[in-house]
Design a binder for this molecule. Structure first.
Ligand code: M6R
Length: 366
């Protein structure tokens, strides 16, 4: 059942090229420019004319929502708010029938997310679900939705569901941008091909496993980790830190790299591993300066970079080189070595990777 792997988590990490492709199968065809999400067809009008998109979720699904905020705003120029379901539901939020609410959930059973949906529904909003489990409570409670089709995710740490969620949200953002006319035909066609090329790049990134395992062996006894990224890689930093915390019980924090100097920089010393996601994108130069700042304080630098990077290689203690991609889709690749890093550290520390203490696969109590 674990398909020859020691743990479900590792199996699920390795399934990602296929699960992302499965998620796009029959929906996206770059050559013909075809992009169809069955669940969205009847609600396209509402989606296109929404004043605002509100995304609500918990945990890793909330991180996927943060990536979507960047995607929707960049491609479709619609204001987006990303809300922790638990805060949203108790805040008496301002919601109207012009809002399009997207609820993201792997299990489709998360109590807070379900309650947030009920609340938004009462206020007249349109609710769209991005769920993995077919027929789940959230899938049933929403007006419409698109499944992520990642297949069953057994490991408590979410991996392939996260990349499938981002894949669905990326397709939604491209569709919306095209329909609203904020994406030109040629830009849209290019982005479709970029997205279609992702599974092969994830396959390549998975080959970094050995290298990541060696890094894990060196830092498995660290007491703290910091994860930093900017732009599309900021949510990836949060996700990398969450993965490490939940399965290895090492304290880790994710931050937008620029926030470092507003506090976390005080933590940096020669014992502190800092994981930077520093791929070649529009915030690259800024991230490089942040790396310099950490280096000046003798922090240990582990950097996820774009293949062929020379600048960061000279500064970092370790680099993990991933294939180049359009920056909007880089999270689908850059998260992979971070999943592997947390996996190996947890195994080396003797932790129960698939069923970490105090955690359940679906949080059905608030
Ligand atoms: O099933 P959901 O996506 O609604 O679950 C949300 C969170 O409980 C979940 O992502 C949790 O944070 C994971 N254990 C993270 O790996």
């Amino acid at each position: 059942e674990k398909g020859g792997y020691d743990h479900f988590m590792l199996k699920e990490i390795n399934e990602q090229p296929r699960s992302i492709a499965d998620c796009m199968r029959g929906r996206l065809d770059a050559r013909s420019g075809r992009l169809i999400l069955g669940g969205l067809q009847d609600y396209m009008n509402k989606f296109q004319n929404a004043d605002r998109i509100i995304i609500t979720a918990c945990g890793t699904s909330w991180h996927a929502g943060l990536v979507a905020e960047y995607l929707f705003e960049e491609f479709a120029r619609v204001p987006v708010e990303v809300e922790y379901a638990s805060e949203f539901r108790y805040r008496n939020p301002v919601i109207s029938s012009k809002d399009f609410v997207i609820a993201i959930s792997q299990s489709g059973e998360t109590a807070d997310t379900l309650a947030a949906i009920e609340l938004a529904k009462e206020k007249g909003a349109t609710i769209f679900g991005v769920c993995n489990v077919v027929g789940s409570s959230i899938a049933r409670a929403t007006h419409a939705g698109s499944y992520t089709h990642a297949g069953p995710e057994i490991g408590v740490a979410s991996t392939k569901a996260f990349t499938a969620q981002i894949s669905v949200l990326s397709m939604m953002a491209l569709m919306l941008g095209y329909q609203r006319g904020t994406l030109s035909e040629s830009k849209y066609m290019t982005l479709l091909s970029e997205l279609e090329a992702i599974p092969a790049k994830v396959e390549k990134a998975l080959k970094l496993n050995k290298k990541v395992e060696e890094i894990a062996a060196q830092y498995k006894d660290a007491r703290n980790f910091l994860y930093l990224g900017r732009g599309y890689n900021f949510p990836v930093a949060l996700e990398g830190a969450l993965k490490l915390k939940e399965i290895s019980y090492i304290h880790a924090e994710g931050y937008p790299a620029a926030e470092m100097k507003h506090g976390p920089i005080a933590l940096i010393d020669e014992e502190m591993p800092v994981v930077f996601i520093a791929t070649k994108d529009s915030s690259y130069d800024k991230v490089v300066s942040n790396i310099q700042e950490v280096k000046a304080r003798k922090g240990i630098i582990i950097a996820v970079v774009t293949e062929g990077d020379e600048t960061v290689k000279k500064m970092a203690d370790h680099v993990i080189e991933i294939p180049p991609a359009h920056e909007a889709f880089v999270p689908l690749i850059s998260v992979v070595p971070l999943q592997q890093l947390s996996y190996h550290i947890a195994v080396m520390r003797g932790c129960n990777v698939d069923q970490p203490r105090n955690l359940a696969k679906s949080v059905t109590v608030e």
